[in-house]
Design a binder for this molecule. Structure first.
Ligand code: 8DG
Length: 382
């Protein structure tokens, strides 16, 4: 089964908490640069979520979206948060899902005034259709939620708008008249996704104020928490649907590999003790070309570095759990260190550390085999 997660990003703690509540026993996933994601399945559902907090603003949203995409290779990305309404027909607590995101700050300042040069990102057709379907279905509101989902453009900039009459308010009304809501992260997220082969992104915003000078009051009345609770409920339903579509797609490709340019589903083997798995295949079409997947490096240090990278991939794909991954990396680091500081005839400690790694990754046959190859390389040094 294809088990790539859906990445869900948020800017504020109140937004993060609203989504986190929906996860069944989330576990921390630490990025080497310090970003902490939480991975978990939706309670009562099948979809895996990688949840992250990007903070306020388009810049950090773009950087951390890029980081999340690289780390998890997700099926799709959803940004969930609050926003201010730009049209009076959208009440507090309703949701706005972006059909377009305007980066409204772009422009040129000339003698006769400021000319707008916004960047615009359009939601992908498939994601937009599915988001509308989920909104119509209203199963997400089964627990009595009354919020409505509106589809339309969202304006994303670097300011919190809390006025009807300020220069910003006039500027937005004049140039982005169809924008339904205003916020500060959608443009960064959309740009990062666009640069990643146009990964499908859905921006979901719960309306928590009217961007009209009353934000302090609506914040005090807890509208952020109320609005984002609606947004999180809708997001859960959307994520399950996005993941379901991806499963259907993977299944139909596996059943009809001729119509697909990708490899059908991956076959994963678990080899224990002395068992070995040669080739296991469901159906084989056409001529068969067999070659070794990788040429093993002759240098043990290089081989250990390659293995460290593959351990990381195995952790990301869920083949290795966090504790096993950390323990294996620690042994690998010890092996590397000893390799550098020990004479070639005295490699016992390196071999021992590598054997511990092999024991730790024994459930992932391909990794265990790779460790075996490195052990042989190291033993060949002495
Ligand atoms: N409800 C609402 N949310 C907005 C607006 N503009 C805006 O960027 N957002 C979204 C995106 C940001 O992540 C976040 C900003 O809201 P906030 O409550 O943190 O704004 P603030 O900086 O004035 O808040 P504070 O820390 O001063 O209390 O909410 C807006 O006008 N209304």
């Amino acid at each position: 089964m294809n088990d790539k997660p859906i990445v869900v990003l948020t800017a504020l703690d109140v937004e993060y908490e609203a989504v986190r509540e929906k996860l069944d026993t989330p576990r921390v996933h630490r990025h080497p640069q310090g970003t902490r994601f939480e991975l978990g399945r939706l309670a009562g559902g099948k979809c895996r979520i990688a949840l992250g907090l990007v903070g306020k603003g388009n810049q950090s949203a773009a950087v951390l979206t890029e980081r999340a995409i690289t780390e998890f290779s997700p099926v799709a990305l959803i940004f969930v948060g609050v926003a201010g309404a730009l049209h009076t027909h959208i009440p507090l607590g309703d949701l706005v899902v972006a059909t377009h995101v305007y980066a409204f700050h772009g422009g040129t300042s000339e003698d006769d005034g400021f000319k707008s040069r916004p960047r615009v990102w359009e939601a992908s057709h498939g994601a937009d259709q599915l988001a509308r379907h989920v909104a119509r279905d209203r199963a997400w509101a089964d627990d009595g939620r009354t919020g409505k989902v509106h589809f339309g453009p969202i304006a994303a900039g670097e300011v919190v708008l809390d006025s009807k009459v300020s220069a910003y308010a006039r500027w937005i009304r004049q140039h982005f008249n169809d924008a339904l809501a205003i916020e500060m992260e959608g443009a960064g997220v959309a740009q990062a996704a666009h640069l990643n082969r146009s990964l499908p992104v859905v921006v979901v915003r719960g309306i928590s104020d009217r961007a009209d000078g009353t934000k302090e009051t609506t914040d005090r009345e807890q509208w952020q928490a109320r609005a984002v609770a609606n947004a999180a409920a809708y997001t859960v339903a959307l994520a399950e649907n996005l993941a379901g579509e991806e499963r259907d797609r993977a299944r139909s490709e596996a059943n009809d590999p001729k119509g697909s340019t990708d490899m059908p589903g991956t076959t994963r083997n678990v080899a224990k003790d002395n068992a070995r798995v040669g080739v296991q295949a469901g159906q084989v079409y056409g001529g068969i070309h067999v070659s070794s997947e990788r040429t093993a490096p002759a240098d043990p240090a290089e081989a250990i570095a390659g293995l460290a990278a593959r351990l990381q991939q195995a952790r990301t794909s869920g083949q290795l759990d966090e504790d096993t991954y950390q323990a294996a990396q620690a042994e690998l680091a010890a092996a590397s260190e000893t390799l550098l500081t020990t004479a070639p005839q005295d490699m016992g400690a390196v071999t021992l550390a590598l054997k511990k790694v092999r024991g730790l990754v024994a459930d992932v046959a391909i990794l265990a085999a790779e460790v075996g190859t490195i052990i042989a390389l190291v033993q060949g040094l002495s």
